[in-house]
Design a protein around this ligand. Structure first.
Ligand SMILES: Nc1ncnc2c1ncn2[C@@H]1O[C@H](COP(=O)(O)OP(=O)(O)OP(=O)(O)O)[C@@H](O)[C@H]1O
Length: 338
């Protein structure tokens, strides 16, 4: 089953650097490599500022890549394209934002907001067809026709997110980047929006890149999860593997911070505290970027950047602990401790 998956996107050593004052450069995304399979939900997590949104936007071509490739069904979206090809990409990939209020034009009716993509891509032949499409979309996301004549401020956060989803669906995309799409909503509303997104995924075969800062949020939604740290990918695995057998010390620390409802288990488990703040992406640490906060850092971690390797099937990690050449030092230290 797993080997029949079709790659929708191949992200290859993707970099997005922002030029700052003088000659300084902010390395928001600094060489990430992973695939997204057709029909799956890929969760992307990490602390604030680690580059998740920038990665999502660069994958969608909202930002030009500094280096690397994003192959969408085998074609590099950052390569040279004709206007027609660009339009095709823009239609295939849509984005849902964290704050639907900020991303919905307050002066436009919901009907016109949803119809924007339909107009741009000429998907309706008449006014009536346009209206029919909008009404269908409103129903698809659990709103009704009458809502189309209202303005964004008349809706709750959850309803606004539904409008954002309807707007994204209007052009029949294959791939949707949901950037912290449910983070600002109440927990019960989050569940409703997630259920809607799941239903839409099943009905339309959608592929999601689901960005969130919180591992517990993506746990139930994602087929696979990528953990980012300071512009790099630390680990990618299936949700099950990531939650049950996390390899990277950063993932282990993030997971240990998720509260468990069973007080007995909660009391007995070991919490891994990550000391200090995330270093600056303008001047990231040498070698492994996590080493300044890593409880298991070895001498080599300051000198050599860890290789991105598939350690076990479908489980990728960038950490010297999983490289036989270097982990002798770790084993020796563990032996002394025990
Ligand atoms: N347009 C920009 N120009 C300059 N720097 C930027 C720009 N966008 C993001 N950054 C910087 O790039 C780094 C990564 O930001 P990004 O928003 O991608 O992180 P994130 O993981 O999505 O964080 P958050 O969850 O807080 O949105 C941060 O240091 C941020 O300040």
């Amino acid at each position: 089953m797993i080997d029949q998956r079709e790659k929708l996107l191949e992200i290859k050593d993707l970099k997005k650097h922002f030029p700052m004052a003088g000659k300084t450069v902010l390395k928001a995304v600094d060489g990430i490599t992973f695939d997204i399979y057709k029909g799956e939900t890929f969760g992307l997590v990490g602390e604030s500022g680690c580059g998740k949104s920038t990665a999502g936007r660069t994958i969608m071509r909202l930002y030009e890549a500094t280096e690397g490739e994003v192959d969408y069904q085998g074609e590099n979206v950052h390569g040279k394209k004709s206007a027609k090809e660009l339009k095709k990409f823009n239609r295939s990939m849509q984005m849902i934002f964290q704050d639907p209020y900020a991303s919905l034009n307050p002066r436009m009716t919901v009907k016109d907001i949803i119809a924007e993509g339909i107009d741009i891509h000429g998907l309706a032949k008449s006014k009536q067809e346009r209206l029919n499409l909008v009404n269908q979309l409103l129903e698809t996301v659990g709103l009704n026709q009458e809502h189309g004549n209202r303005y964004p401020h008349e809706f709750s956060g959850g309803q606004r997110q539904r409008i954002g989803i309807a707007r994204a669906l209007a052009v029949n995309p294959e791939f949707i980047v949901a950037d912290e799409a449910i983070s600002a909503l109440d927990v019960s509303i989050q569940a409703q929006v997630v259920n809607l997104m799941r239903e839409l995924q099943e009905e339309r075969g959608l592929t999601y890149l689901f960005i969130a800062h919180d591992l517990s949020m993506v746990k139930h939604i994602s087929d696979r999860v990528g953990v980012m740290y300071l512009g790099n990918m630390a680990e990618v695995a299936t949700s099950d593997d990531l939650y049950h057998e996390p390899l990277h010390p950063y993932t282990q620390a993030l997971l240990s911070a998720i509260p468990i409802s069973d007080p007995e288990v909660e009391r007995s488990r070991e919490r891994i505290i990550i000391e200090g703040d995330v270093p600056s992406p303008i001047n990231p640490p040498s070698g492994c970027r996590f080493r300044t906060r890593c409880p298991l850092a070895m001498d080599v971690c300051a000198k050599v950047e860890p290789e991105w390797q598939e350690y076990t099937k479908d489980h990728w990690v960038a950490c010297h602990l999983y490289n036989d050449k270097y982990n002798e030092e770790h084993k020796a230290r563990q032996a002394v401790k025990n």
